[in-house]
Design a protein. Structure first.
Length: 277
């Protein structure tokens, strides 16, 4: 994505579900002295739309009188994320809770140095209204000519949109709703369940195709084109190639899990050091 597109006005925000999970996880792991948690939002710009796909926590200390955050840590981790994925930019920041105060303005000023129009995402992690309330804001300038100028947080519309992998995870967690039993995280059983769901969907599509061929239902050209695209998108791979791809993917997954563990440990150490200082 071209860098100049980052200067376009922000009209809409798209949030990936993994960002919401990261915020909740950060809030649950927070230090008892912190009333809220904050972090950096990563994503990209697309013609006035900000697509938030990643995030990471930023250590900070906040009281009623003052707020301090580890700006060097935020900048350093943001640069590392940029090296991993060159399509990711710093697009704003998040905080738990829905209250915006004078401390929010100070934090927002830092992120305005990172990107032209940072998005401020607030999430009610305490579920005060029995639901997770989400708000997205940007700041707009206010004031009079040749007079004092300031800025005001203005809400912008948002949507939560997940990728195919995120949809699978959301479906799993949705199935746990109201279930008091411990969730089943057995990899083999989860794979069997996913394969069964895929087979049921394939049978549903085959049944529709047979009814169209028999003349029981009219043909839909748009649906036919979409089915053709799905069939053509399936790669024709032999068994050895598929096995090598799965092994490579497993190694990448283990590396990501290890890096995630190191990042959490670094956050815990940084929080303890801030307490001592």
């Amino acid at each position: 994505m071209a860098a100049e597109n980052r200067t376009l006005p922000v009209n809409k925000v798209v949030i990936h579900p993994v960002v919401l999970f990261n915020v909740v996880d950060n809030y649950e792991r927070r230090d008892d002295n912190n009333k809220r948690v904050i972090g950096t939002l990563l994503g990209r710009y697309d013609k006035g739309t900000v697509i938030i796909s990643e995030s990471f926590a930023v250590p900070h200390q906040e009281t009623d009188e003052e707020v301090s955050m580890d700006m060097e840590y935020a900048s350093r981790i943001g640069e590392l994320q940029k090296k991993v994925n060159t399509n990711l930019y710093t697009v704003g920041w998040y905080s738990s809770g829905i209250i915006i105060n004078e401390h929010s303005s100070l934090i927002h000023a830092f992120y305005k140095c990172q990107c032209p129009t940072p998005v401020h995402l607030t999430i009610d992690t305490q579920l005060k209204d029995q639901k997770m309330k989400i708000n997205t804001h940007i700041t707009l300038p206010i004031g009079v000519k040749r007079g004092a100028e300031g800025s005001i947080f203005t809400p912008v519309p948002y949507t939560v949109l997940g990728s195919e992998a995120e949809q699978v995870s959301l479906k799993f967690f949705h199935g746990l709703k109201g279930n008091k039993k411990s969730p089943n995280f057995n990899d083999r059983e989860q794979l069997v369940s996913s394969c069964n769901d895929m087979l049921s969907q394939i049978n549903l599509v085959l049944g529709h195709v047979k009814r169209v061929l028999s003349g029981a239902v009219p043909a839909d050209k748009e649906l036919g084109r979409q089915l053709m695209e799905v069939v053509q998108s399936v790669p024709n791979l032999d068994r050895d190639t598929t096995t090598n791809m799965l092994n490579s993917h497993m190694q990448d997954l283990l590396a990501v899990e290890y890096l995630t563990y190191l990042t959490r440990q670094q956050l815990a150490i940084s929080a303890r050091i801030n307490q001592i200082l």
